[in-house]
Ligand binder design. Structure first.
Ligand code: PNS
Length: 174
């Protein structure tokens, strides 16, 4: 049984993440999408919210389950009996950090491989922080996140009617 772990913050899951999970599910019999808890990072969504959103987005993909975890990724991978860690690579700017993490994990758990999947062209620029920023100003995020999550994310992040100074675009030009 080949098992892979797809770790991340998923704050929130994007179309880019979903594409990677979907493609990983073709390569591995089972894929765990792992929401890694980082107490130093302030997240817009709680762990439960992030897991729920991933569950909704991945509901139709066979062999995918969702879990959350606080600790070293290598320890989770070992305990789960996973063969691989799957990550998406968008651009060269991702590479240095991802390379560093892959080598660290290789040292901690030598038999598990980090597998990088290149992101699809349409998702190259998509990131969770971009989604949070666009949604935070009430912009259209439907190209960036799974369709089933647009409303949930907007309800949570977009300025709601009645919030002072946030319902209309304000120009600061003089
Ligand atoms: O989506 P992100 O925030 O880029 O994901 C980073 C993540 C969660 C994969 C990484 O920070 C991680 O693996 N954290 C767990 C702690 C750990 O194992 N650190 C050493 C990894 S090299």
């Amino acid at each position: 049984m080949s098992l892979a772990v797809c770790p991340g913050s998923f704050d929130p899951i994007t179309r880019g993440h979903l594409d990677i999970v979907r493609r990983a599910s073709v390569l591995f019999e089972e894929v765990v999408v792992l929401v890694v808890i980082n107490p130093d990072k302030h997240c817009a969504f709680t762990i439960d919210e992030r897991c729920d959103m991933i569950r909704q987005a991945t509901a139709g993909i066979p062999g995918v389950r969702v879990d959350s975890y606080y600790g070293l990724l290598a320890d989770y991978v070992r305990a789960a009996g996973a063969a691989a860690i799957v990550k998406g690579l968008r651009a060269m700017s991702d590479f240095e950090y991802e390379f560093q993490m892959a080598l660290t994990n290789k040292s901690l758990i030598p038999y598990a491989e980090t597998v990088f999947l290149t992101t699809s062209v349409e998702n190259m620029y998509v990131s969770s922080s971009l989604v949070r920023q666009v949604a935070g100003f009430g912009g259209n995020i439907s190209d960036f996140v799974p369709r089933c999550l647009v409303k949930t994310i907007m309800k949570r992040l977009a300025p709601q009617p009645g919030e002072d100074g946030k319902t209309e675009a304000v120009s600061h030009e003089h």
